[in-house]
Design a binder for this molecule. Structure first.
Ligand SMILES: [Zn+2]
Length: 417
């Protein structure tokens, strides 16, 4: 088996891995780096591929895949939830991208027309290869990929082994493999205890709202918004909870995919309990009374959250609670580091309280290390999907602490397993 890394090497973004066996050529993910001007992974000709597997719908794993469908294109395999989420995210990406994107919605349609829905743990034959998707616990529908051929390879995709309110933790039962490609996002950072974090988050929401303020929680529409809503409802938050924008669309999609949700009854309760906001008039009304508003964008790059943030920024009794990692250069990162918001092209100081609660959907350092410890000594490990030196740090740790044959691969390089 040969593995070539076409992206996501030493960075988060452009996930793309080519796996070659005697007879099959399979591409695992084909994502972009969603900067202001999106970056694409190394080119690959669709005619050279037997299949494409998409681990999950985030654009850094799926955003370049439509490029392979200018013509007929290879068969694509993913979970039904990932395919439906891809449709929503790719359409949104094409509509909002201010930059030239080298494909159109027509290619997204071709791609989805070539897609086959795969269940978790359902074996799928591609020439001399059998693939299997395992729950990755990252967003609804997310998968790891097991590639079974002369050798056995596990690609984690983005993974979270910890059970959350919305999702079951990742299926980490497949440890008897020859090689592993693992994400490294939080190789250097341990997460807070989830229960403690939830408790503190609810306490702080209560404090602000009971003093007459509004808590804005900017959160990604895919998974994170619904997770925060589940936390509020599960912990019996008594005051008004509102949600808005794409988060509602995804909430309704998740309600149609019971098998991908850990606690479906809780999600149904969320839909009944939460105030769904749409349109300008309702947005104004929501700002007139204390409560929590959960909506995208998670880093305040547009979406209803950017609108609400402008309106509560000067209110000392209100708060903005960020709940995900904030990429440097985004409005969310500026808010966390300098307590400022951009307004009409100028940086404006924010009087509302600003806090950062990291409800991550990725394995933290402890979980990544536990995952690596579960493989047999000598197993080949490739560390990808990490910024700065995270991939090297994880590979070094795996070599020294677990006697694993670990490396952080180089871009474009091919490795034999
Ligand atoms: Zn992801």
């Amino acid at each position: 088996m040969e593995i070539t890394f076409l992206g996501s090497v030493g960075e988060v973004g452009k996930s793309a891995i080519l796996v070659k066996t005697d007879r099959a050529r399979i591409l695992l993910d084909y994502g972009i780096k969603p900067n202001d001007e999106p970056e694409f992974p190394a080119h690959i000709a669709p005619k050279d591929l037997d299949a494409v597997i998409i681990t999950h719908a985030h654009l850094d794993h799926s955003g370049a895949a439509p490029l392979l469908y200018m013509d007929e294109g290879p068969k694509l395999y993913s979970t039904s939830m990932s395919l439906e989420t891809c449709e929503i995210l790719l359409e949104d990406f094409l509509r909002l991208s201010g930059y030239y994107v080298p494909y159109e919605y027509l290619e997204v349609e071709y791609m989805l027309g070539r897609a086959r829905r795969v269940y978790y743990r359902e074996p799928v034959r591609i020439k001399d290869v059998e693939i299997e998707l395992l729950d990755a616990g990252h967003i609804p529908g997310s998968a790891q990929v097991v590639v079974n051929a002369d050798k056995r390879l596990l690609f984690t995709g983005d993974i979270n082994p910890i059970k959350t309110r919305l999702l079951n933790g990742a299926d980490i039962s497949q440890t008897d493999v020859d090689a592993v490609i693992t994400e490294s996002t939080y190789a250097k950072e341990a997460h807070h205890d989830r229960q403690e974090l939830e408790k503190r988050f609810i306490e702080e929401c209560n404090r602000v709202v009971e003093d007459g303020g509004i808590v804005l929680v900017p959160a990604f529409s895919v998974g994170r918004s619904q997770e925060i809503l589940c936390i509020l409802v599960a912990r019996n938050f008594k005051h008004t909870i509102s949600t808005d924008g794409m988060a509602v669309k995804l909430l309704d999609l998740y309600l149609r995919g019971r098998e991908f949700i850990a606690n479906y009854d809780l999600l149904e309760k969320v839909r009944k309990r939460v105030n769904i906001v749409s349109g300008k008039r309702e947005r104004k009304r929501v700002l007139e009374q204390p409560g929590v508003i959960v909506c995208p964008a998670g880093m305040l790059k547009g979406g209803p959250a950017a609108y609400y943030a402008q309106h509560i920024a000067n209110d000392e009794s209100s708060a903005i609670f960020l709940v995900s990692y904030q990429i440097p250069g985004t409005p969310g990162a500026l808010l966390v580091s300098e307590k400022k918001l951009m307004s009409n092209g100028k940086e404006m100081p924010v009087k509302a309280r600003v806090e950062h609660f990291l409800f991550s959907s990725h394995a933290g350092q402890k979980e990544l290390q536990a995952l690596l410890r579960s493989f047999n000594p000598g197993t080949k490990i490739f560390t990808v999907h990490g910024d700065g030196d995270s991939c090297e740090v994880l590979a070094n740790w795996a070599r020294e602490e677990c006697s694993l044959d670990a490396i952080a691969p180089s871009l474009g390089m091919t490795y034999e397993v």
